[in-house]
Ligand binder design. Structure first.
Ligand code: ADP
Ligand code: MG
Length: 326
């Protein structure tokens, strides 16, 4: 039944924060207005067969539906508060699998302090499992990070390491015949992304532009280049690569830099900043324990382009692209 299902899967948070006046159970949620803050809103859908391998780890699926939206809010320097979930559940979805999806979803909500305030649940006959999460957050008035503020002379940075998630996806799709020490770590990077949320808030006001790395570094920096009308020159040999990525690349005979440039779903932050931001960046780095790396510079030439030796002209993942993922 629909209502017992909503109760057991989604209505799990029993104490509500004071900015939620009415949560799940009425016709709509009522949220306290956020003083002088701005609302920051994002929605992203994860669907089995598109964003996840059908039948793969159900809890990871629930986790990811929240994490991808947290990543968008991190890139805005905002703090997530409330979520709405539109769930499309296949009629033949096993109860344990549905429970596991909800477990992962709630683990992620708890991780980032988000209250589920409502949603919609539909039974999809034969259809894929799909979760569409709307995330509402707050940022101090006018303080959100945009894609459009990069200026020639700024430095280009990225948090964490790149290409791990794409490597994890390959490992899940084509499990290696020999034991690979890097397997679990790379697969976890793919299944359970942890966007640097607090770091994003830390660089708001200091960074000139930011974006989350969801489609691949080149493609995503391309959005900053276009929105800011600047060129971005990348140093492909300075890309941050993890040791497990190196281990797998060596074993599989693939080029790790190519993965770092075009692999999607790392959910790290790429950002630009001027020299005057140095202290604020250092502070954000050490207070949130988030490493970042210089990967290039912003230039006036070639507005809208991302270029440099070894940088492929084709960006990364695009839905509706003629040939899909590189
Ligand atoms: P309505 O008929 O008013 O759309 P529903 O029967 O769809 O209401 O939902 C009943 C209540 O359960 C509402 O408060 C709704 O927000 C909540 N709800 C339904 N599905 C979900 C979900 N997937 N996650 C969170 N809350 C949900
Ligand atoms: Mg409804």
């Amino acid at each position: 039944g629909e209502f017992p299902l909503i109760e057991s899967l989604f209505h799990r948070q029993r104490t509500l924060p004071e900015d939620v006046r009415t949560g799940i159970g009425d016709d709509a949620a009522v949220l306290a207005a956020a003083g002088d803050d701005d609302w920051v809103a994002a929605v992203d859908t994860v669907t089995e067969g598109i964003h996840a391998i059908p039948g793969d780890d159900a809890a990871a699926f629930g986790w990811k539906a929240v994490a991808v939206n947290v990543s968008d809010l991190a890139a805005m320097g905002a703090t997530p508060r409330h979520a709405l979930v539109a769930a499309s559940l296949p009629t033949d979805l096993a109860t344990e699998r549905a429970e596991a999806v909800a477990d992962g979803l709630h683990a992620a909500l708890a991780e980032w302090g988000v209250t589920l305030v409502g949603g919609d649940t539909v039974a999809a006959r034969g259809g894929p499992l799909s979760l569409s999460v709307t995330l509402l957050g707050r940022a101090a008035k006018g303080a959100s990070l945009r894609r459009s503020g990069a200026r020639p002379g700024d430095t280009v940075y990225v948090t964490g390491t790149l290409g791990d998630s794409a490597a994890g996806l390959v490992l899940l799709s084509e499990p290696p015949s020999d034991w690979l020490g890097a397997y679990d770590w790379l697969v976890a990077r793919h299944r359970r992304p942890r966007p640097p949320l607090v770091f994003g808030r830390g660089i708001a006001g200091a960074a000139s532009a930011a974006i989350d790395v969801s489609d691949g570094l080149v493609a995503d920096l391309g959005h900053i280049a276009a929105a800011s009308q600047v060129g971005i020159e990348l140093d492909a040999d300075r890309l941050p690569l993890s040791a497990p990525m190196g281990e797998w690349a060596w074993a599989a005979g693939i080029d790790p830099e190519r993965y770092a440039l075009t692999g999607g779903e790392d959910f790290e932050l790429a950002f630009t900043a001027g020299g005057d931001a140095f202290e604020a960046l250092q502070r954000a780095k050490y207070t949130t324990d988030t490493r970042f790396t210089v990967v290039g510079r912003v230039v006036a030439e070639r507005p809208g382009a991302v270029f440099g030796p070894g940088v492929p002209a084709d960006g990364g993942w695009e839905h509706f692209a003629p040939e899909g993922q590189p």
